[in-house]
Design a protein around this ligand. Structure first.
Ligand SMILES: *Cc1c(COP(=O)(O)O)cnc(C)c1O
Length: 366
């Protein structure tokens, strides 16, 4: 079994790398959590021990993201894709909802929502991929129940630097691939959701952070277990929550709180490291004659860096060489091709440096 020091660097877009420290702690506690004689997977979700794990995870998440008290934090299942239906089922009241389209994931959200409410596209970057339409061009309706957007398009590599400004309707954000990568203004939103398997922990857990005054208006068709109001009233335990995933997410929150980078701590340390990682990788791509990233500089993702080889025939060689160098899962999404390096929180700067060294060497030798 490889130890932490010899594991390869994993650039998967998701399920993605989890910090070595967290995996080691979860492994050490697998058979016996804190002297209980049983592992977390085997505990009742209603017992005192899991209650402690759950309360600590929620408290740490609230602290890290500075979640205001009038927001509920829900630990749900179904992934971000289920939220494409659950957001309109819970928040649209079957009425108007506006959608900003900036890439593959927001397009999916829009299509699913149209089954439940009156959807209008506020702006669409289909004619100019890799950009975000200027705020002045958005078509927003006064009666929209919310404006949905995707903070970071995991496939297209397009990221909002800031939440959209000057929008009257509550903002709803798919934050799956950027949550906890830097500070994020929860209070600017009505609802923020994220699947866990990018930057939080194991697949199977979906976080929903929702302003309490928006609860209680679910459409009759909304399944009870997916009614945000019911979930909030029952502390996310109307049924069995994904206990193991919540526990590992809690370990990740603790790991984030422990991080230091110079004078910076916690999420600020993580954000500084993420900025340095992205700058290193984009710098390498922009300085090269072989690699290209076509996303507009102002909205380049700090988490997912898609890039093409100008000579596409070299792709298979590139990936095989990367594998030999211990650089895994760099193949781009099937819908866009090319390469993609996902550099979430768990990817150390040394991993990005190793990738950049390999990319330069590959370019020299081809
Ligand atoms: C991965 C991802 C999804 C889909 O998540 P699932 O958990 O597989 O449903 C949706 N939106 C974004 C931005 C993603 O990165």
């Amino acid at each position: 079994m490889p130890d932490a020091a010899t594991r390869p660097y994993n650039f998967s877009a998701g399920p993605a790398a989890i910090p070595d420290d967290v995996l080691q702690q979860a492994a050490a506690e697998m058979l016996d959590w804190h002297g209980s004689g049983i592992g977390v997977m085997e505990m009742s979700h209603r017992g005192a021990q899991f209650g402690e794990i759950f309360a600590q995870a929620e408290a740490d998440l609230r602290e890290l993201l500075e979640v205001p008290a009038d927001y509920a934090v829900l630990f749900m299942q179904g992934g971000a894709l289920a939220q494409n239906a659950l957001v309109p089922l819970n928040l649209s009241q079957g009425a108007a909802a506006d959608y900003l389209l900036t890439g593959s994931w927001s397009r999916k959200s829009r299509h699913e929502a149209a089954r439940y409410c009156d959807v209008q596209v506020a702006a669409d970057n289909a004619d100019a991929p890799g950009t975000i339409a200027p705020r002045s061009s958005w078509r927003l309706r006064d009666d929209a129940r919310y404006l949905h957007y995707c903070v970071n398009e995991t496939i297209d590599g397009v990221e909002f630097e800031q939440p959209p400004q000057g929008v009257t309707a509550p903002l709803v954000a798919d934050a799956s691939s950027m949550i906890l990568s830097r500070r994020f203004d929860i209070a600017a939103h009505g609802c923020v959701y994220a699947g866990a398997q990018k930057n939080i922990g194991p697949a199977g857990l979906t976080l929903v952070i929702v302003r309490r005054d928006l609860l209680g208006h679910a459409l009759p068709a909304c399944p009870t277990v997916f009614d945000y109001g019911v979930a909030a009233a029952n502390g996310s335990m109307i049924n069995t929550p994904p206990t193991w995933a919540i526990y590992v997410a809690g370990l990740v929150f603790q790991w984030i709180k422990r991080q230091r980078e110079g004078a910076l701590a916690g999420l600020d340390a993580i954000a500084a490291r993420n900025a340095a990682k992205a700058a290193l990788l984009y710098g390498c791509i922009d300085a090269s004659a072989l690699y290209v990233n076509r996303v507009h500089a102002a909205c380049r993702s700090r988490m997912n860096v898609p890039f093409q080889l100008r000579d596409e025939a070299l792709g298979a060689d590139f990936l095989a060489g990367a594998q030999r160098h211990g650089l895994l899962q760099l193949k781009g999404h099937k819908s866009v091709g090319g390469m993609r390096a996902s550099i979430y929180n768990a990817m150390p700067l040394a991993g990005v440096q190793a990738l950049v060294d390999y990319m330069r060497e590959f370019e020299r030798s081809h």
